[in-house]
Write a protein that binds this ligand. Structure first.
Ligand SMILES: Nc1nc2c(ncn2[C@@H]2O[C@H](COP(=O)(O)OP(=O)(O)OP(=O)(O)O)[C@@H](O)[C@H]2O)c(=O)[nH]1
Ligand SMILES: [Mg+2]
Length: 442
């Protein structure tokens, strides 16, 4: 029997109500004690007075009892909807703990829901992700996973793999000859199709992970090009120090910025150059790291100066990354000396006056990344799909070499990777598939 856990379910802060949840076999008992009511009818909103253990009145609240197994966790749950604010919910939580409940660990309600078969791990992780999502777009995408789209997608692949495994294992156990060529071809096609489906969803999810986590945009360039001026203009306030001294920005400066419907993180960096200054060196290394981490790079050049070695170096560094780059020629209010063609499309700005063109270009690009397709937001699920895709490909190669046992081993690996987030993979399932599909032992 599980002990009874309690937690504040709503965010800490000022609000009209806050919700406290109890889950476990002692929930009803504790709720009856706190409400001093003999009976709480399941699934009814009871307007109750709440009392402390010393009988002092605490608050008036809506109390709802969900009788097991018809609750989020599958256990008895009681929800208290009391008045909001910083203090009341803390007091009620203390009273519940004093009466015998235990403070829940992070995620413990969802864990119990999974263990009691109320939802699969995939849904539990998606719920966690939707709570953490930083934009409406992200929330819309993850909502589909909660609805079950991702579960359906993975289950379809799982069925294919289990049936193929059953078939091959039957052949290993019962057939004297090699697999007939036409069946071999069918299995190879199945492997290629499912491996590709998994690989594609991993790649697209990685390329669009900024939609879920918020895109990172790094402003890069040589010292004095006007990077901090551009940051300040985009943010519409003076966040970074701007000065005519090259090497002013040492640390990287991160700020949130709304571009259209996207909440992005914009990062101003130290100007990239060779330097003997120890602190500046650390800053320059951080700039390289920012390039690595960012989804989009804004590279700023100084239009009032000739193209020089430092600019060339930055272009070479950027070439080693496969990232979206927005090229900026700043200080276009000054006489132009920069004669080098750095890209087919370059935005000319005066960072001190108007940087709308940069915002528009970012917005245009970010909008191309929008879409309604299914994405995987969780790293654990992404890794499992990647591993499964690779195992299926290895299995296919082994099948072509006629190594049926090793093929079965790799396919088992793939199924187990997927099964972590769907239904548990049991040996019985293979037997079921063997007998239902291949009519053995007639
Ligand atoms: N005329 C003109 N001056 C600019 C423009 N943008 C920036 N500046 C000036 O250029 C100098 C350097 O600007 P910053 O924004 O500090 O340059 P930075 O790239 O951040 O420099 P570091 O932090 O040293 O790498 C300052 O004196 C700015 O006022 C511009 O569009 N036109
Ligand atoms: Mg700067």
């Amino acid at each position: 029997m599980n002990d009874t856990i309690a937690a504040i379910a709503t965010a800490y802060g000022i609000g009209s109500i806050s919700i406290i949840r109890l889950s476990g076999s002692n929930s009803l008992n504790l709720a009856q004690k706190i409400t001093q009511k003999k009976e709480l009818k399941p699934r009814y909103a009871h307007l109750c007075k709440l009392y402390k253990n010393n009988n002092d009145f605490l608050d008036e609240a809506l109390v709802i009892y969900f009788k097991a197994p018809y609750s989020f966790t599958g256990e008895d749950i009681v929800e208290f909807q009391l008045h909001g604010g910083f203090s009341l919910s803390e007091i009620l939580l203390d009273e519940l703990i004093l009466a015998g409940a235990r403070l829940a660990n992070p995620g413990e309600f969802s864990k119990r829901a999974c263990l009691n078969g109320k939802m699969d791990l995939l849904k539990a992780l998606s719920i966690q992700d939707i709570i953490m999502s930083k934009s409406t777009k992200a929330a819309n995408i993850i909502a589909k996973n909660i609805k079950g789209d991702l579960s359906k997608f993975l289950n379809t692949i799982r069925v294919d793999l289990v049936q193929t495994l059953a078939f091959v294992e039957t052949s290993i156990d019962y057939a004297d000859d090699d697999l007939p060529q036409n069946l071999l071809n069918q299995i190879i096609i199945m492997c290629e199709k499912n491996s590709k489906l998994l690989r594609d969803i991993v790649n697209i999810s990685l390329s669009k992970k900024g939609l879920i986590e918020g895109f990172k945009i790094a402003i890069i360039g040589k010292p004095n090009a006007g990077k901090s001026s551009l940051l300040n203009s985009l943010l519409a306030h003076d966040r970074a120090i701007v000065s005519s001294t090259a090497g002013t920005t040492r640390d990287r400066i991160e700020e949130n910025l709304k571009i259209g419907s996207h909440l992005v993180k914009i990062i101003d960096t130290a100007g990239i150059r060779n330097t003997d200054d120890e602190i500046e060196k650390i800053g320059v290394n951080l700039s390289y790291k920012s390039i690595e981490e960012a989804d989009i790079i804004i590279v700023v050049f100084d239009n009032s100066k000739e193209f020089e070695q430092e600019d060339e170096h930055i272009l070479q560094v950027l070439k080693t990354f496969n990232k979206k780059i927005i090229y900026i020629l700043n200080k276009s209010d000054l006489p132009a000396k920069f004669q080098h063609k750095i890209s087919n499309y370059c935005i000319h700005i005066c960072a001190q006056k108007n940087t709308n063109a940069v915002k528009e270009s970012l917005n245009e690009y970010l909008n191309t990344l929008d879409g309604d397709e299914m994405l995987i937001s969780n790293t654990l699920i992404l890794n499992a799909c990647k591993n499964a895709s690779e195992a299926i490909l290895r299995a296919k190669d082994l099948l072509q070499e006629n190594s049926l046992e090793l093929f079965a081993f790799e396919l088992n690996l793939a199924i187990n990777e997927i099964a972590q987030f769907t239904k548990k993979f049991e040996r019985d399932e293979i037997l079921e598939a063997m007998f239902s599909n291949f009519c053995l032992g007639k």
